[in-house]
Design a protein around this ligand. Structure first.
Ligand code: MG
Length: 307
């Protein structure tokens, strides 16, 4: 069944969406919107406009959008750590940073074995305080989304920063690792690969790994889903374990078994999504020039064992 906004591929999708809602375009004016993170304490959403080197803030209380920070080091992906602090991937500084509650910024990682990272793209924290991030080279390929420079690390890898500060690669067999998320029990880890941007017939899929019992390493890495429209960039999980991911024609929703169960149609290429609102039942969607949102029947995944 296809309605204006939703395309149902599996009956399960009907239980996740509402019948009388619209996909709202909340704001437009970005060059490439990305990196949405909802900050519950402030009732706002931060998101990146990477080529314009700025982070924007959508105020959920009155709908206003304003500049949160500019220049911002060409920030891309964001998420919250277990203490509610905002983690940021910075193309310009080639680092992952954390904004402390007093507003100061702490470097989480900018080097591996003495070499500068490429340009961290997306980040997520685990309840043990570790910070996991992808490091493709999009931010150093040109001057558009960062500063053109030479890679120092021999590849585009997935990293884990330990709470102690130690950083280690946890997977090296990607072309361009990108979005990432843990399963609800944090025992599985999903990572997208957008390598098709640089390699003909390259990867355009999401892989799923098993997380070791000590939470420090990964095994497996089979393909969970392959994108049928464009690329999977960023994504999030809902409370039932369904995966809501960006794609060229909107947001694709996959069941925990890897079945494409439905889509939200969006009129611009989608880069990333984030659950927000006080009830975490509003899906924010960054899509090329604009920010969209839609209310869902399902709520976003609990984070770090709490709402
Ligand atoms: Mg990304």
């Amino acid at each position: 069944m296809i309605t204006d906004w939703f395309e149902t591929r599996d009956p399960r999708f009907g239980g996740l969406i509402l019948g009388n809602v619209h996909v709202e375009r909340l704001w437009t004016g970005a060059r490439w919107a990305e990196g949405p993170v909802y900050v519950p304490a402030g009732k706002y959403l931060l998101f990146s406009d990477i080529p314009n080197d700025r982070v924007l803030r959508f105020d959920e209380t009155d709908g206003a959008v304003s500049v949160f920070e500019s220049p911002c080091g060409y920030q891309n992906g964001h998420s919250l750590d277990p203490e509610g602090r905002v983690l940021a991937c910075e193309h310009g500084g080639r680092r992952v940073s954390r904004r402390e509650h007093d507003g100061t910024v702490t470097v989480v990682s900018d080097r591996i074995d003495g070499k500068r990272l490429n340009s961290p793209n997306d980040v997520v924290a685990r309840s043990d305080g570790s910070v996991w991030f992808t490091d493709p080279a999009y931010g150093i390929d040109s001057d558009y989304e960062g500063h053109r420079s030479e890679p120092e690390v021999g590849g585009c890898h997935l990293y884990r920063a330990d709470p102690s500060g130690a950083v280690a690669a946890v997977a090296r067999d990607f072309v361009r690792p990108n979005g990432l998320a843990f399963s609800l029990d944090e025992r599985q880890f999903y990572v997208s690969d957008t390598g098709a941007t640089h390699v003909e017939d390259g990867p355009r899929h999401i892989r799923v790994f098993d997380v070791a019992a000590d939470g420090r390493s990964l095994a497996g890495g089979r393909v969970f889903a392959t994108c049928e429209a464009g690329l999977f960039d960023g994504f999030r999980l809902d409370r039932l374990g369904n995966l809501w991911t960006s794609a060229a024609d909107g947001v694709h929703c996959y069941g925990p078994d890897g079945t494409l169960i439905g889509k939200i149609r969006v009129p611009e290429v989608v880069s990333n999504v984030e659950f927000g609102g006080p009830k975490r039942n509003r899906l924010y969607i960054t899509a090329t020039q604009s920010l969209y949102a839609v209310y869902l029947k399902v709520n976003g995944a609990r984070r770090f064992g709490r709402d």
